[in-house]
Each structure stands twice: as structure tokens, then as C-alpha cells.
Design a protein around this ligand. Structure first.
Ligand code: HDE
Length: 710
């Protein structure tokens, strides 16, 4: 609030501006492009320089003469442009494009028997969090629906220091050793001699790397599945990926894998839809998260843990230190121990989402590392990257990074030190007392590293226990539904089809033969190439049971909650039907977005005008989970004559969506080429009974067995 003194100054300057505008109107008009700006008053705070000096004129730089050169003496201009020139910081080398929100984690049961981490101390305990979701390969300005892994990084501001669980929405990784990370990233990013493709793995260098590194095969199956094109951040799982340790107060360690399960259930889009969403709304995921939280529809995840001991770990066919492997949920069930609710959007994308610094090495007492070589490498990398991006060792003082518990140490000074560090000593031991003494170690408490025995000969080596690259890839494949398998085949075919070098395609398909013959054959057929000889696996492929938990569609939740219906209206649409449908969808927890030929809306049967959120040209059906079209009672030709309205219906049909129809829609159905093809997922929505049946159908899966043949 401005003080009364400032208010007075504002009034004075307003009247001065006014009188100048009248007395010297030529000067004002030339300076302001003919518009007179309100220079002060209202609730606006007074504009100042960064040094706090009041700015008198923010429209004109200081000149010698009306048309003369700008003067170096213009420190206001110099300061403004100086700051602008330095606005950008380096984007993240990976996971550059992301979006985040604040939330709260609530512990559901005490885990004190297995971990002394205070965040899990007792049921009902709440800890503030900040989450950043991201794509991996694309640059900051890339589109949201790239086929890519999604980052799912959570900062828990615990009362014993920050815990960063820096995970992904896929539980395995491409490589086993952090030394290969720069190669992987260089392979997937734009090719260095041409600067494209952007945010795509569908190119030669990525698949060349994958073909030559069979350990990546398992992850590529996940990446080619619909998990890599999620419908929403709110509808995807998250995984800590590595095996971590829980350590309890007695110092006993257990292994643990972390899982986030979305309360809204998992959902993805189909590839053709993803491609079109990227054009229609490149910000689809960030907008979705922002809109949901702003509307009070707070997304939630359950935090689950898989906990097992050394003996159990030894019983697995694979090495729990190998990040290309999962622990099947059927073998070690996921125990839900907490929920996280995202309940606050950021105030500043830059200050929070861009400046948040996640680091795998941020663990509180009770959570510890294992010797997973990928995790060990990450513990090096994340500190370095923050210094590069944020430019100062004091990045942990930025509000989004600062712990919410007391911080006291002898680390001093440095660029952009914002805390005044009091006291006479900055070293220890010291023999001072009182405020001059400074902080002291506890001697008993704190993060005591788990005393794991370490022994061995120093060598650059990959453990023999890491050599099976195909058994779990096969397990993932056999755990998918037929529809999911078709999508995986189509994705490999698309991606490899973008590779220009035939040998690269062949090598990948040769590796896929070790996963499944049908998969390899279908991909080879799709590419129109002969099936190459299978590559030689480094370890025999072990036949495993399928793991139903690995299927996305098999675990889809039957609900329309958090989903969006696109309601395309023609002129004269039945007002009662529109009202009924909107109410029913709202009751089901979804939202309705009205689409019309013009954004001004449609005139309904009762003469009222319902404004649209989108004109159909800007609101294609790919933006919605289900669609309904309510035309007027006569003709309906207006919609049929609009190419975007035809596409709205054609695409919804091709993307297996449930379609509601009311009013005279025959002409549109015909124009969309669908006469005689509408199936049992194309339902009437005109009457109350129709509406009920339709709303219960949109909660169920898409019409996956739809006949799309001509
Ligand atoms: Fe990262 N990773 N990573 N990563 N990672 C980064 O840190 C790295 C890996 C993940 O929203 C960087 O702040 C190495 C696995 C997420 O701010 C960098 C290795 C997993 C994010 C880095 C890996 C991840 C990052 C770039 C191989 C899933 C975004 C910017 C050993 C468990 C965090 C930054 C955010 C970001 C290094 C592999 C997840 C360079 C060396 C495995 C979600 O430090």
C-alpha cells in the first residue's frame, strides 16, 4: 500500500502531467505516439529505477534536441536496457521445458520402523512441496506433446532439510552408467551440424545410439508406448527410478523404490492427436495444469514405496543397482504411504519454475543412496548444473530453493549473497561464545551415511549382473494390451521411418528380435524391410511372467473427472439439451468447453446467446477427451460448410473418442465422410435419458476397437 506521503506525491505528479498535456500537447503527442498515458494515480505503485529513484518519464530517452542523439547521461535508460540484456539464463541442458506448482505432502502412516526421515514420522504430518514437470529433449520453447519421457521432480521442504525426489514418468532409464549420459543427450538433441530436429527422438543419431547400446532397449519400449504422450501431467505416474535406501533410527537399512500414482488415473493421447495438439496448443500441458489448479481442481498423487531387504534383492534375476530394471509390483507390492496435492500455481514462472534447482544429493536423514552408478553420477552433476544455470553458489538462497527449516553454516559470501551473516567467527573449531560462536555440528544427529561395506579392485567395468538387456523389455511387451502393442509397433515404425540410414533401422530391429519376434516382424513390415538376423544378446533372455501393472490401458480409471468435453454448437442448438449436458458433465467432475463457428458463440433455440471459449478453427477436437455436437433443428448445413467443423468430427472419430450428437447433424456427419459408419460410441445427447447414457459412456475408455477402414 502506498503511504499517505506517496499518495500525495502521486497526486502532485498527476496534476503536473495533466497540466503539461494541455500546455505542451505537441511534445506529449510526439513522445507517446499520440496516446496520453496515465502517469500516476490509482492503485499502481510508483515506478522507480532499480535503485529506488522515482521515474519521471518511461516513454522517452534523454536526447540532445528533439531529434538529436541519445545521451550517455541517461542512466535510467542505461539501467533498463542493461537489465533487459541480461534477462536470460542458460536453459537446462536437459528438461529445459517444464512447468511447476506448489503443493503439500501428507504422510498417511508412520514409517518410523523403516526410516527416520521426518517427512514420514507420523500419519497426518504435512510437508510443503514444489513440483516441476518437464519434457527431456526439447528446448525451452518447444511444444508439450513431444514423444518423450516426462520429468517429475519434487522438492519436499522437510523440517530436516530439502529432499529432492528427481524422477521421471518412466521407471527405467536408457543407460546404466552416468558416463554415457552426455552421449545419450547429444544423440537425442538436435543434430549438431544442422540444428534439427527439435524435441524429437525420431532421427538417425538417437536410434544409432540406441541400436549400438542394447541396454537402452527396455526404456525405448516405454518411450514408444503411450506413456510418452500423456494426456496431462495430472494423469501420469512418477518414479524415483533408482533403488534408494531407507535407514531407520537404529541404523537398519532397507531398499526402497518410489512411485507416484495419479488419483485421476493414467491417461494418454494417441500419436496423431499429439501431433495435432502441438499445432493447436503447444502449451497444452502447462495450460492444463494452470487451469486445473486455478479452478480449484487440485491434482493429487499417492506416494507409494516398494520396500525390500538385501536377501530379497539377491533373489532377483537382475541387479537392483541397474536403473534399466524395475521391481515388478506383483513381486513387491507398492505400499501407499502419502498423498501430494498441488494447490498453488506460481506467481512468477521465472522466479520459481526456471530458478528451482533440484539435486538428487538433497536427501534428509533416513533416506540414502545405493551404488547405482547412474545415481552416483547424478549426485555429481546436479550441483554443477545449478552453478552454470543460476550463476552463483548462493542459489540455495533463492526463495524456491531455500529450505524452510533453520539453516546455519560457515559457508560465506560469494556472488549474490543475500543473507547478512552475523558473528565474529567463520570457522570451526573456535573457542568463542554466544552469538560469535556460530553453529556447531551435533556429533550424533544429521545425515549419517549408511555404513555400507565397500571393497574391490579399482577398474572401469560394467558388472556382469547388468548384462541382461532384454528380459524386462520382453516382460513390458507381453504385459501390454493388444491396442497398446499396436501403438508401440506404430511408434517404432514412425520413428525408425524418420531415420535416413537403413543400417540404423536394421540394427534396432535386430535387437527387437530379442524382445519379441512379432514385435520385430511387425516393425520390419511397417518399414517395408526384410527382417534382419537377431543380434547376439549379452545374456540369455529369461522368460518372465507378465506384469499387469505395466499396462496403462489395463489400469485406466473409469471416470470423466478432471477431463474436458468439447461441445460444438450450431445455430439454434437446443438450449435445454445444452444445459442438461453441461450440468451432467459438471456433476461427473469434468468441464465443458463451448466451441462454435465464431468465438462470439451460438444463438440457442431459446434465443439466448451462449458465448464460446473457442472458435472451431482454434478449438479442434484434439483438445478434448470427448466431444458432443449439438446442431440446430433444421439443416445443420452451417456446420457442414465449415472445414474446421468437419475436421472436429473426423478427428474425434479417428481418435476413437466418444461422440455425442443432437439436432440436425446428418449433413455434418456426411461431410465428415462418416455416413453409415457411426458406431455404439457415437451416441445421441438430445434427451435427458440420452444425456445420462452419454455421460456414463465418456467415463469409460475410448472406442479402441472402432473400425477406421474406408
Ligand atoms: Fe537428470 N539432469 N540426469 N535424470 N533430470 C538434469 O539438472 C543427469 C536422469 C531429471 O525440473 C539436469 O537441473 C545425469 C535420470 C529431471 O529442474 C542435469 C544423468 C532421471 C530433471 C541432469 C541423469 C533424471 C533432470 C539438467 C545420468 C530420472 C529436471 C538441469 C546419470 C530418475 C529437473 C538440471 C527440473 C535434470 C543430469 C539421468 C531426471 C544436467 C548426469 C535417470 C526430472 O544435472
Amino acid at each position: 500500500m502506498p503511504t499517505s506521503k506517496t499518495k500525495k506525491t502521486q497526486q502532485a505528479s498527476t496534476s503536473r502531467t495533466r497540466s503539461r498535456a494541455t500546455s505542451d500537447s505537441t511534445h506529449e503527442e510526439r513522445g507517446n505516439g499520440g496516446e496520453l498515458h496515465q502517469r500516476a494515480g490509482g492503485d499502481s505503485p510508483p515506478m522507480t529505477t532499480a535503485q529506488g529513484a522515482r521515474v519521471e518519464d518511461d516513454q522517452n530517452s534523454l536526447r540532445a534536441g528533439d531529434r538529436g542523439p541519445t545521451l550517455v547521461a541517461d542512466h535510467v535508460f542505461r539501467e533498463k536496457i542493461f537489465h533487459f540484456d541480461h534477462e536470460r539464463i542458460p536453459e537446462r541442458v536437459v528438461h529445459a521445458r517444464g512447468y511447476g506448482a506448489h503443493g503439500v505432502f501428507e504422510c498417511l502412516e508412520s514409517l518410523a520402523d523403516i526410516t527416520r526421515a521426518s517427512v514420514f514420522a507420523k500419519a497426518g504430518k504435512k510437508t510443503e512441496t514444489f513440483v516441476r514437470f518437464s519434457t527431456v529433449a526439447g528446448n525451452l520453447g518447444s511444444f508439450d506433446l513431444a514423444r518423450d519421457v516426462r520429468g517429475f521432480a519434487t522438492k519436499f521442504y522437510t523440517d530436516e532439510g530439502n529432499w529432492d525426489l528427481v524422477g521421471n514418468n518412466i521407471p527405467v532409464f536408457f543407460i546404466q552408467d552416468a558416463l554415457k549420459f552426455p552421449d545419450l543427450v547429444h544423440a537425442v538433441k538436435e543434430e549438431p551440424d544442422r540444428g534439427f530436429p527439435q524435441a524429437q527422438s525420431a532421427h538417425d543419431t538417437f536410434w544409432d545410439f540406441v541400436g549400438l547400446m542394447p541396454e537402452a532397449t527396455h526404456m525405448t519400449l516405454w518411450q514408444m508406448s503411450d506413456r510418452a504422450i500423456p494426456r496431462s501431467f495430472r494423469m501420469m505416474e512418477g518414479f524415483g527410478v533408482h533403488t534408494f535406501r531407507f535407514v531407520n533410527a537404529e541404523g537398519k537399512s532397507s531398499f526402497v523404490k518410489f512411485h507416484w500414482k495419479p488419483v485421476l488415473g493414467m491417461q494418454s493421447v494417441v500419436w496423431n492427436e499429439a501431433v495435432k495438439i502441438n499445432g493447436a496448443d503447444p502449451d497444452f500441458h502447462r495450460r492444463d495444469l494452470f487451469d486445473a489448479i486455478s479452478a480449484g481442481d487440485f491434482p493429487q498423487w499417492e506416494l507409494g514405496v516398494q520396500v525390500f531387504d538385501d536377501a530379497f534383492a539377491d533373489s532377483f534375476d537382475f541387479d537392483i543397482l541397474d536403473a534399466t530394471k524395475i521391481v515388478p509390483e506383483e513381486v513387491v507390492p507398492v505400499r501407499v504411504v502419502g498423498t501430494m496435492t498441488l494447490n498453488r500455481v506460481v506467481d512468477s514462472v521465472f522466479a520459481e519454475i526456471e530458478q528451482v534447482a533440484f539435486m538428487t544429493q538433497n536427501v534428509p536423514p533416513g533416506i540414502d543412496f545405493t551404488n547405482d552408478p547412474l545415481l552416483q553420477g547424478r549426485n555429481f552433476s546436479y550441483l554443477d548444473t545449478q552453478l552454470k544455470r543460476l550463476g552463483s553458489t548462493n542459489f540455495s538462497q533463492l526463495p524456491v530453493n531455500a529450505p524452510k527449516c533453520p539453516v546455519a553454516h560457515f559457508q560465506r559470501d560469494g556472488h549474490m549473497q543475500v543473507s547478512t551473516q552475523p558473528g565474529r567467527t567463520a570457522y570451526e573449531p573456535n573457542s568463542f561464545t554466544g552469538a560469535d560462536r556460530g553453529p556447531r555440528e551435533s556429533g550424533t544427529d544429521g545425515h549419517v551415511p549408511f555404513p555400507a561395506e565397500v571393497d574391490g579392485t579399482m577398474r572401469r567395468i560394467r558388472a556382469e549382473s547388468f548384462s541382461d538387456h532384454y528380459s524386462q523389455a520382453r516382460q513390458f511387451w507381453i504385459s501390454q494390451t493388444d491396442v497398446e502393442k499396436e501403438h508401440i509397433v506404430a511408434a517404432y515404425t514412425f520413428e525408425l521411418g524418420k531415420c535416413e540410414i537403413p543400417a540404423i533401422r536394421e540394427r534396432v530391429v535386430a535387437n527387437l528380435r530379442n524382445v519379441d519376434e512379432a514385435l520385430a516382424t511387425d516393425v520390419a513390415d511397417g518399414l517395408g524391410m526384410p527382417l534382419p538376423a537377431a543380434s547376439e544378446p549379452a545374456a540369455p533372455v529369461v522368460e518372465t511372467e507378465s506384469s499387469p501393472a505395466l499396462s496403462l490401458l489395463g489400469n485406466a480409471k473409469e471416470t470423466f473427472e478432471g477431463r474436458k468435453l468439447g461441445l460444438l454448437l450450431g445455430e439454434g442448438a437446443d438450449a435445454a439439451a445444452v444445459k442438461r449436458l453441461t450440468k451432467a458433465v459438471d456433476k461427473a467432475g469434468g468441464t465443458v468447453e463451448v466451441v462454435a463457428i465464431a468465438v462470439g458463440g451460438a444463438i440457442l433455440s431459446d434465443g439466448s446467446t451462449l458465448p464460446a471459449k473457442q472458435a472451431v478453427a482454434g478449438g479442434p477436437s484434439v483438445l478434448y477427451d470427448a466431444v458432443a455436437i449439438i446442431a440446430g433443428s433444421e439443416g445443420g448445413t452451417a456446420l457442414a460448410d465449415e472445414p474446421p467443423a468437419r475436421d472436429f468430427l473426423t478427428d474425434a472419430f479417428a481418435h476413437y473418442k466418444v461422440i455425442g450428437l443432437a439436432g440436425a447433424t446428418d449433413a455434418l456427419v456426411d461431410a465428415a465422410g462418416l455416413t453409415g459408419k457411426l458406431d455404439d460410441a457415437c451416441l445421441p445427447v438430445g434427451t435427458a435419458k440420452d444425456c445420462t447414457a452419454y455421460v456414463s459412456r465418456i467415463a469409460a475408455p475410448r472406442k479402441w476397437d472402432r473400425d477406421l477402414s474406408a
